[in-house]
Design a binder for this molecule. Structure first.
Ligand code: ZN
Length: 289
């Protein structure tokens, strides 16, 4: 007979959900990791963790920077990566060339700013007099950004009263339990015709889990999209795509790293350079409704 105490704990911390994009309830398994399962929606193909930790559990983990379920100790704070500043300076300079050339000051909010690398990068590119700020729920990251003098504040979109011309969400998508609601919150802080810059991987397009470069980091990552899914999320929320940029990740260094990971027993595919279907994809989109 089942122990009722164990069931009680499971009911509090874990919940079964419908597809966060199409609300479909049919799915098939895609991958398992850390005691969680990522499934593929039978209707739209979105990949999402199901069952997943309850929203209260997710929120607690995000604020603290760690998952503390009974079966899992997963630290997700990581560290500042200074190379990101130059990487995103180039990306923003290219994708927002029109804004840069116009020369008029803008306001930019980076949501999920982490240690503030993207805030630093954007500040180097945008016209003089622009306001560039970051928003981050994870306390240890905010503390480190502030210590370096980078304008990152602790909190969520619902805490913001100002309006911004651009909101960036770089590698945030997979962490957000309800991205439809999240996009509405973004619209709430955008000026009319304001824009989003969204970056995520294309795991929802690659088919086999083994093409994913490295651990899936379940359940810190809750959702994996392909290009078609992000386009649909944006369209549904009243955004019009301005530009899409795909970045290959499978150079020689990537292939060697994956070979090493494979030898260490991690479930990644060993691919020749320039053969992996995995991409980093950036979407620039404008609010039109
Ligand atoms: Zn679906």
């Amino acid at each position: 007979m089942a122990d009722p105490h164990v069931n009680e704990i499971a009911e509090i911390n874990i919940e079964t959900i419908a597809c966060p994009l199409c609300a479909g309830e049919k799915y098939s398994p895609w991958a398992a990791e850390n005691g969680f399962c990522a499934v593929t929606c039978s209707d739209c193909g979105l990949i999402y963790v199901n069952p997943r930790p309850s929203l209260a559990t997710i929120d607690r983990a995000v604020r603290a920077g760690a998952h503390r379920e009974e079966t899992l100790q997963l630290n997700v704070v990581s560290r500042r990566v200074s190379a990101k500043v130059e990487q995103y300076r180039k990306v923003v300079a290219e994708m927002f060339r029109d804004v840069v050339e116009k020369g008029e000051p803008i306001s930019w909010l980076d949501v999920g700013a982490g240690f503030g690398e993207v805030v630093e990068a954007v500040a180097k590119v945008v016209p003089a007099g622009s306001r560039v700020e970051g928003l981050e729920p994870m306390k240890p990251k905010v503390a480190q950004a502030k210590a370096r003098g980078v304008a990152v504040r602790e909190g969520y979109l619902s805490d913001i009263n100002d309006k911004y011309g651009v909101v960036s969400v770089i590698n945030v998508f997979s962490h957000v339990p309800d991205f439809k609601q999240f996009l509405q919150e973004i619209k709430g802080v955008l000026t009319p015709n304001g824009e989003v810059l969204l970056e995520t991987g294309n795991a929802g397009d690659i088919g086999n889990r083994n093409y994913f470069p490295g651990p899936l980091t379940l359940p810190d990552h809750l959702v994996f999209a392909g290009e078609r899914h992000i386009r649909r999320f944006l369209e549904q929320a009243g955004f019009e795509l301005v530009q899409i940029k795909r970045i290959r990740i499978d150079g020689l260094v990537y292939s060697i790293k994956n070979l090493v990971k494979r030898l260490l027993g991690q479930p990644v595919a060993v691919s020749l350079p320039y053969t992996s279907p995995s991409r980093t994809v950036l979407f620039r989109a404008r609010s039109v409704s």
